[in-house]
Design a protein around this ligand. Structure first.
Ligand SMILES: [Zn+2]
Length: 323
């Protein structure tokens, strides 16, 4: 767009909300067999296709214990982990960036057995266009027409965020489902919304806006380590939590920050308070999720991992369970 420097515009992508696109993934849905695998192994996807701003959960099942399990989806890495007590099953998350071009992308998963035998699985995963609304906004002129100093600052902050999201902590710091960071809030809005700012088309909202009044406590969505805790031009007082394996959650517009970089946080830990700092029209929490740099809808992760957990509980408590 004309009035906003390209980098600044891109930075907004990182900062703003993600779209809850049409269908959420089916509950407890790791079950659809997909792709071609080395005999003795099996690849399952939570859904055969996905849409912009969504996530897929992948399971690699093998009769033999596998190591060095890695994935690649259209040039993007997929990190795998093993849940405790689930030998023979490796899981990974594929994040579909909210602006990823629709089409088919090959997923390739590799690993090796204890005896050094290589295994490989391949599947095609289709990306569909997300259903994102368009929003018209009037904001302070200083945000639409940042002065050179503000542009410089915003670009430096964008660079800093990129460097954070590029770092993939090799350990999984989270354990179990992710939660919504505000007590009593079950959904949000504006994910991926296309924006027209003061009449000029802007970039999509890279996160989800959760309703909350100033001073409402903001809780960590899962266990992790604080990767950023400072005031930024667009998102105001901001906290970023590294959950490991390339997963980061982002909390913006806080009135107050209660953690510092390097802090280890547990699920539900107090990160700060809801506010209206930065580029906003009123108090709310801007909540973002990136998976291997893909901006995805955080609610999809909440639903996907909790439905998997409840599926596992069902299997455990069922006499007819297959586990
Ligand atoms: Zn937002």
């Amino acid at each position: 767009m004309r009035l906003i420097d390209g980098n600044v515009a891109r930075k907004r992508l990182v900062l703003v909300c993600l779209v809850a696109s049409a269908g959420f993934l089916p509950a407890g849905a790791v079950g659809k067999e997909a792709g071609a695998c080395t005999p003795g192994t099996e690849l399952r996807l939570s859904a055969p296709e996905s849409s912009q701003g969504s996530l897929l959960l992948i399971e690699l099942k093998s009769a033999l214990q596998l190591t060095e399990v890695k994935g690649d989806w259209g040039g993007r890495k997929v990190a795998f982990w093993q849940e405790s007590g689930k030998e023979g099953i490796q899981r990974g998350l594929v994040g579909v960036d909210l602006e990823k071009a629709p089409g088919e992308y090959e997923l390739k998963v590799t690993g090796q057995t204890a005896s050094g035998e290589k295994i490989v699985c391949r599947a095609m995963v289709e990306v569909k266009k997300g259903q994102f609304a368009t929003e018209k906004l009037q904001v302070g002129k200083q945000f639409v027409e940042p002065n050179p100093e503000q542009i410089k600052r915003a670009n430096e902050e964008l660079q800093k965020l990129r460097e954070i999201f590029d770092r993939v902590t090799p350990e999984r710091l989270w354990d179990g489902p992710f939660r919504i960071p505000l007590e009593g809030v079950t959904t949000g809005s504006n994910f991926g919304k296309r924006r027209i700012l003061n009449g000029n088309p802007g970039s999509p909202h890279g996160g989800m806006d959760l309703p909350g009044t100033t001073g409402t406590p903001v809780h960590a969505a899962q266990r992790g380590r604080v990767a950023l805790a400072e005031e930024l031009f667009f998102s105001g007082n901001t906290v970023v939590v590294d959950h490991g394996l390339g997963i980061y959650t982002f909390y913006g517009h806080l009135s107050e920050i209660d953690v510092k970089v390097g802090d280890a946080v547990e699920t539900g830990a107090l990160l700060g308070k809801v506010g209206a700092t930065g580029r906003v029209t009123g108090p709310h929490l801007h909540w973002g999720l990136t998976v291997e740099r893909a901006r995805v809808n955080p609610l999809v992760l909440v639903r996907l991992l909790s439905s998997t957990a409840s599926e596992e509980n069902r299997r455990k408590s069922s006499k007819h369970g297959t586990n």
